[in-house]
Design a protein around this ligand. Structure first.
Ligand code: NAI
Length: 307
């Protein structure tokens, strides 16, 4: 079935360039009214300009769509609140939030200043928190919401020189996990996108012909599946250059060691069972880990009573 966003209102942060721009144009092309947010700074987050977001709004309008621009710095809650208020005044609802805005301040951890660490956390993590918080009660009242966090392979797997960025990109997955649980009863679905695209963020990291293969539009095709009525929840979609995959965190069944022998040596002695991937599972909530351990302990106690 064709994916349509007619009647929906979407906010896309960092939509003046790269992936956000592509997401905003595609949402609008399929009928969404779009808030094109962008602070308009440089790749490292310095400076500000409304030029890029206004250009995207003009393009949407030329194509017959509806959009407004807003220059909120996502790391500033008051500015984000003002953006959401403007969307509500104009269109009366917010259905979709794409937390996309991001910056890079790469350096090896030895050379990274704490200010560079904090700045990256502020934009990616607090920015996603601020925007989500500002739309949360609206989505709860509507009993409808689709939110996408933008993560990264760097957060899931690590990358030299990206301690700040990797930590931030993993943090938004933690945010997704809990919010997907809390939002479920109000039909708010939270997913994550792990993109690879040729944008100003990556242009000096990829050869020119590769940049072309990694068009943002290929990522956006996947993004749209995370924000329509039939979207999954708590799904990590990886996308780049026409490749699409999903990522998950699994936990092994592990081992059980009775209280009388709980020493580091016996834990090390059980390493092969502790890491055995047979029967490993993705847990649906943190409490499931405790339940697994309790059931192992209970099974042991029962076996002792039978002896
Ligand atoms: P980009 O640099 O082309 O676009 C990011 C946009 O965010 C810019 O227009 C910038 O002005 C805006 N922005 C930055 N700080 C902001 C703030 N405080 N408030 C509002 N807007 C702000 O980068 P790209 O590649 O399009 O990245 C988009 C997202 O995808 C980012 O979250 C990035 O970390 C993520 N990502 C990108 C990858 C890639 O291969 N391009 C790989 C993995 C993740």
């Amino acid at each position: 079935m064709t994916i349509s966003f007619i009647g929906k209102v979407a906010i896309v942060t960092g939509a003046g360039n790269g992936l956000g721009r592509s997401h905003a144009l595609a949402l609008a092309a399929r009928g969404a009214k779009v808030v094109v947010n962008d602070l308009g700074g440089a790749r490292d987050g310095s400076g500000a300009s409304s030029q890029a977001s206004q250009d995207v709004v003009r393009l949407i309008e030329q194509n017959g769509g509806e959009a407004i621009s807003h220059g909120a710095n996502v790391a500033n809650f008051d500015e984000v609140q003002d953006m959401v208020n403007q969307a509500m005044e104009k269109w009366g609802r917010v259905d979709i939030l794409i937390n996309n805005a991001g910056i890079l301040r790469d350096k090896s951890f030895a050379k990274m200043s704490l200010a560079d660490f904090t700045m990256v956390m502020d934009v990616h993590v607090i920015g996603s928190v601020n925007c989500t918080k500002a739309v949360w009660d609206i989505m709860r009242a509507q009993n409808y919401g689709r939110i996408v966090m933008t993560t990264s392979s760097s957060g899931m797997y690590g990358n030299f020189g990206q301690a700040n960025y990797g930590a931030a990109k993993m943090a938004v997955l933690g945010l997704m996990n809990t919010l997907s649980i809390e939002g479920a009863k109000n039909n708010i679905r939270i997913n994550a996108l792990a993109p690879t695209a040729g944008t100003r963020m990556t242009e000096d990291l990829m050869p020119e012909n590769i940049v072309k293969a990694f068009a943002p539009e290929a990522v956006t095709a996947g993004l749209l599946t995370l924000c329509d009525d039939d979207a999954p929840t708590r799904f990590i979609l990886c996308a780049g250059a026409g490749g699409y995959s999903s990522a998950s965190m699994f936990e092994t069944q592990g081992c059980f060691i009775p209280q009388s022998s709980q020493t580091p040596e016996s834990v090390r002695g059980q390493w092969s069972q502790l890491t055995d991937e047979a029967g490993q599972a993705a847990l649906s909530a943190g409490s499931k880990q405790g339940e697994k351990f309790v059931s192992k302990a209970m099974a042991y106690m029962k076996s002792q009573q039978q002896v």
